[in-house]
Write a protein of this length. Structure first.
Length: 236
């Protein structure tokens, strides 16, 4: 079983690990480490990238209880593993921001988040009902108030008995242990991805589009460094 360091420290950038296996695959090499801070693709979020002993990691996937790292070259002895943390942190800002928005929409309008996608440019969330321009502005303002409040993001692994007493969001039926990400007073959701430790790290949340989608709407949002870059480009 690969030890998941991204659950114990979502801000970990470098670590050491034993190379359990490394074998050729279609586009390079497939390696398993004894432990990893690389988040594998899942829950609508793309996999982390980085380097192991100077060899680029271009994809990460979880299969069973092991996490497979896909590399451009062969590993002999892994000494230093470095995550592309700028990319990871940007995704954490977006993903934690999406939780805030989804929680506020659910509280104010009763809509569910029925689809989520996060790539290297944009974050989209599909809502089960429509929102007017005025309602979008209300949600955006409330989401940023939650960011500015800088509340802690809490991670828990409740028992099945405890789960029965909790009202939490989840888009799929989950088998086995459920991991809950809670932003007090804002949202509680089952999620497998790394998140910021305090909402203030998100910086800000900005909606840049809202389109009709399957009876509801698809909101495109930017957070943190991506929102800043977008503003700089528009201002220029």
């Amino acid at each position: 079983m690969t030890e998941k360091l991204f659950y114990t420290d979502s801000h970990l950038q470098e670590f050491t690990a034993e190379i359990v296996s490394c074998r050729p695959c279609d586009n390079g090499y497939e390696a398993v480490l004894s432990r990893t801070a690389f988040f594998p693709e899942g829950g609508g979020q793309a996999a982390d990238t980085g380097v192991i002993d100077g060899i680029r990691v271009y994809d990460v996937q979880e299969k069973g209880d092991q996490i497979f790292h896909y590399l451009e070259g062969e590993l002999k002895e892994g000494k230093t593993v470095k995550l592309d943390f700028a990319e990871r942190f940007s995704r954490m800002q977006e993903h934690s921001g999406e939780h805030i928005v989804s929680g506020i929409v659910h509280r104010l309008h009763g809509y569910d988040n029925v689809g989520f996608h996060l790539n290297d440019e944009l974050c989209t969330l599909d809502l089960s009902g429509p929102l007017t321009k005025e309602e979008l502005r209300e949600v955006e303002n409330a989401a940023n108030e939650a960011v500015f409040a800088n509340v802690p993001v809490q991670i828990s692994y409740p028992s099945k008995e405890k789960l029965k007493t909790l009202d939490y969001r989840s888009k799929i039926e989950i088998e086995g242990q459920v991991r809950l990400v809670e932003i007090p007073g804002v949202d509680i959701c089952a999620c497998c991805a790394p998140h910021v430790t305090h909402t203030g790290e998100i910086g800000m949340i900005k909606f840049i589009a809202c389109d009709r989608h399957r009876g509801g709407c698809r909101v495109t949002m930017l957070a943190g460094v991506r929102a800043l870059k977008d503003y700089q480009e528009k201002q220029a």
